[in-house]
Design a protein around this ligand. Structure first.
Ligand code: ZN
Length: 144
């Protein structure tokens, strides 16, 4: 399977608003609005360098948030890397053929109307990898 783009690096944080302000100020990054993804139990915001992957700050939303567990077990820090793919379902089939598994059976709603899935970190040296398929309109907009 082919990775289209190194999309972002996810960092788990306790205080999203404070962290967003701090990162934006220290590195003079442009940044997004905060988006709530209730079905995934997270709130996210993005910081954008001029080039290269974005930085995604993620903090828990609700009691059952997987990010709350991550923070409790490991503390703040790098949580995952995200690669963008053209066709998420196809990528999942191809990776399954290589013996990889996923944290969920089906893609989940991601930020900005994208579809995402997390690859089980066991076979990838303990690194949690998110695969993302961008919303179609967004992609067309980018190419024009
Ligand atoms: Zn992410």
């Amino acid at each position: 399977m082919t990775i289209k783009k190194f999309d972002h690096i996810g960092i788990a944080v306790e205080e999203l608003e404070l962290s967003l302000k701090k990162w934006a100020k220290v590195f003079n990054f442009n940044f997004s609005e905060i988006e709530i993804l209730p079905s995934r139990g997270v709130r996210v915001a993005y910081l954008f360098p001029e080039e290269g992957p974005a930085i995604e700050l993620i903090s828990p939303f609700g009691e059952d948030s997987p990010v709350r567990k991550f923070l409790a077990n490991r503390g703040e820090g790098i949580h995952h890397l995200c690669f963008q793919v053209k066709d998420l379902k196809k990528a999942m089939v191809e990776l399954k053929e290589q013996g990889l598994s996923f944290l969920t059976d089906c893609p989940l709603p991601g930020a900005g109307g994208s579809q995402i899935v997390f690859v089980h970190p066991k076979v990838l040296n303990g690194v949690l990898i998110e695969l993302k398929e961008k919303k179609e309109e967004e992609e067309k907009g980018e190419e024009t």
